[in-house]
Design a protein around this ligand. Structure first.
Ligand SMILES: [Fe+2]
Length: 280
């Protein structure tokens, strides 16, 4: 029987790539890279076969979609922030079989879910950037999951639960990663350069810190109550539906685990970020 052996809410900000590749910015995101290294070590220790990534940059508008390609290979430049993230080579095995098993569960439950193995199906940096670091030397398969920007928190809960059931029906040790921001209000363009290391607005910063506090105290039910308002009022990245998928897969309000903050909260281009491991 397959199982979830790792779960985390993770950052994917392109300034990590700047920190990693551009001498001028060397080290500015070292804590994020160090957090990735801890997730990588956990993945090795827990013998992860497949990373499932809820990718808030693979934004879809209808239904629920998985990238079920057998192989992902190419070279990436971000269309959103080409000056920050370019020249990223990637070559990963996909997980068509696990994708199909999850799709079986979704269809049994009457959900509109599709897998895509079309050779032209690309990859987004919500998957690629964390995988560059976390999957380095782990060489696990990857299964990118799109995040639907017009879906409800409740729908994502259901989809997350179906993913967990699909994992149980497989023979895989799976890591599930919610790749998305906390608050996500980009610094306005005219101030974007000075906003590189900041959160845009004290309200958002306070809300993010409060959410982390609730998680540290294990008050997940309260968090889930406020999630729809939090997503709306703090400009959630892809409506924070990656977080809803994560909690759906972990059991929603019945989740009784603990978090471990692998990368302390930081601001990046106005958005609130962290790497947080959830016990499973
Ligand atoms: Fe993002």
């Amino acid at each position: 029987m397959g199982k979830i052996v790792q779960a985390a809410k993770i950052t994917h900000v392109p300034s990590i790539w700047m920190s990693h590749t551009m001498p001028k910015y060397k080290g500015i995101r070292q804590p994020a890279i160090d957090g990735y290294a801890r997730l990588r070590q956990d993945a090795i220790d827990r013998e992860v076969d497949t990373f499932i990534i809820f990718d808030t940059h693979w934004i879809t508008n209808q239904g629920f979609h998985l990238n079920t390609k057998e192989h992902h290979k190419g070279r990436f430049i971000s269309h959103e922030l080409p000056h920050m993230l370019a020249d990223m080579e990637f070559d990963y095995r996909g997980d068509h079989d696990l994708g199909e098993t999850i799709l079986d569960v979704l269809r049994e439950r009457g959900e509109r879910a599709l897998g895509h193995s079309h050779p032209d199906m690309g990859m987004e940096y919500g998957t690629l950037l964390p995988m560059h670091f976390i999957n380095d030397g782990v060489n696990a398969r990857i299964l990118p999951v799109a995040v639907n920007q017009f879906s409800s928190i409740a729908e994502n809960r259901v989809w997350g639960e179906a993913i967990a059931e699909g994992i149980r029906r497989s023979d895989r040790n799976v890591s599930i990663l919610a790749s998305g921001s906390l608050s996500h209000d980009f610094t306005p363009n005219e101030r974007s350069v000075e906003g590189l290391n900041a959160v845009n607005g004290e309200f958002n910063r306070q809300m993010d810190m409060r959410v982390l506090e609730l998680w540290e105290q294990g008050r997940f039910e309260e968090f889930l109550e406020l999630l729809p308002d939090y997503a709306k009022k703090c400009t959630g990245e892809c409506a924070m539906n990656d977080t809803a998928l994560l909690f759906g897969a972990l059991g929603w309000g019945s989740y009784k685990g603990e978090i471990d903050i692998y990368t302390p909260y930081f601001g990046s281009s106005g958005t609130g970020q962290a790497n947080i491991s959830f016990s499973v």
